[in-house]
Ligand binder design. Structure first.
Ligand code: ADP
Ligand code: MG
Length: 365
């Protein structure tokens, strides 16, 4: 069953369209990551769900209850939605306990048990309750903001780049802690991030936004394997994007013929392979019937247990293209080595339509 349903949400500020006809469903208890570059409309979308902004048109419903549509809107404080904004935004004049207990009913003494429970949930010592926000590290502040949002027993949790101020190690451990905590509580969650690795590891549904459009949504692995277009492919990781001619289930490209999923596709297209689909062997000569192409290692990016080679191949028009090719750290061929690159598995055919669904004009007169 879906918990949150967004239907054709649209929001403009003057001439800027921040959110363009976005529709998205969130199954109950699921974790959705919304990714996209800065300015793509992620925060605006969350603020409309929370009730701090109002769409020009469209409809939002939660567990079957309409939160906003053409008829009106439920005020933010009646929505039972937890919201952790981008900067955490703790009340600076209140200590940690008062921040967490802010929305709880009753006197402070009565709230104390619940506050201690919430501090424990976000792995903070109960003694932290008497600290002031400025006495906390960035990670601790984010956890207090999360505890404050959890205090309301929300039906939905909205997290706007909550880990962006944290350093890499703390970021990964916070992400795991928060993911486990929300999953244990069964709370439907949206995490906004511009970090693709964070999104891929956190979510069971990924939604990619660009220029206010929801470009694509689905399970992380599905989007990683079958991104809609080249920009989405590159946003979710390294990718090899090549022009190709499709014919009888094969994409003919600079890497030779590579199988594609749909044999009915014909004609010119753009294809994508992930670097992990490229295998190298020493020597640039074509060995027997091995498909692939010859290349020269231009550079290597050594990271201990793995290494990414930059392999130059010569394309059909005579120019050079660099391919990222993974290699084991100890066996990696040195720059200058000649290698043979073999594609593995299927190439993915990219969509040539723009965000509004228009096809590019045919080239030439
Ligand atoms: P993101 O969170 O993805 O970085 P935002 O939702 O903050 O993107 O912004 C989307 C677009 O809407 C941007 O072009 C931004 O400048 C514009 N925008 C956001 N909020 C406002 C506002 N209150 N007034 C005017 N323009 C806004
Ligand atoms: Mg934002």
């Amino acid at each position: 069953m879906n918990s949150l349903e967004l239907q054709q949400l649209h929001k403009s500020y003057g001439t800027v369209t921040a959110v363009h006809d976005v529709s998205l469903n969130l199954p109950a208890g699921s974790r959705t990551a919304i990714v996209g570059p800065s300015g793509s409309g992620k925060t605006t979308l969350l603020r409309m769900i929370a009730g701090f902004e109002f769409p020009d048109r469209g409809r939002i419903s939660l567990n079957g209850q309409v939160l906003v549509d053409d008829e009106g809107a439920l005020p933010a404080h009646q929505r039972l939605i937890g919201y952790v904004p981008q900067d955490g935004a703790l009340f600076p004049h209140m200590n940690v306990a008062a921040n967490i207990g802010f929305g709880l009913p009753g006197k402070m003494a009565a709230k104390q048990t619940r506050i201690d429970e919430l501090l424990d949930m976000v792995a903070l010592d109960p003694a932290m309750g008497t600290r002031w926000p400025h006495e906390l590290s960035g990670g601790q502040q984010q956890r207090v903001a999360l505890a404050r949002a959890l205090a309301q027993r929300p039906r939905l949790m909205l997290l706007d780049e909550p880990f962006s101020a944290l350093d890499t190690g703390l970021r990964a451990s916070m992400r795991k802690t928060v993911a486990r905590l929300l999953a244990d509580a069964g709370i439907t969650t949206i995490l906004v991030t511009h970090d693709q690795a964070e999104a891929l590891s956190f979510a069971d549904q990924l939604a990619v936004m660009r220029q206010g459009h929801l470009v694509q949504s689905g399970p992380p692995l599905e989007l990683y394997r079958h991104p809609r277009d080249a920009q989405t492919a590159l946003f979710l990781g390294d990718a090899v994007v090549l022009p190709a001619r499709l014919e009888q289930g094969l994409a003919h490209c600079d890497l030779g013929p590579v199988p594609i999923a749909d044999p009915a596709r014909q004609g010119p297209a753009q294809i994508m392979l992930r670097p992990e689909q490229l295998q190298w062997t020493a020597g640039g000569a074509h060995s027997g019937a091995t498909p692939g192409c010859a290349g020269v290692v231009r550079d290597w990016d050594f990271a201990g247990n793995h290494c990414t080679l930059s392999v130059a191949i010569t394309t059909a028009d005579g120019s050079q293209q660099l391919l990222p090719v993974p290699a084991g750290g100890l066996q990696a061929p040195a720059p200058g080595s000649r290698v043979w690159i073999t594609p593995q598995g299927q190439a993915h055919v990219l969509d040539s339509r723009d965000l509004c669904g228009r096809r590019p004009a045919p080239a030439g007169p």
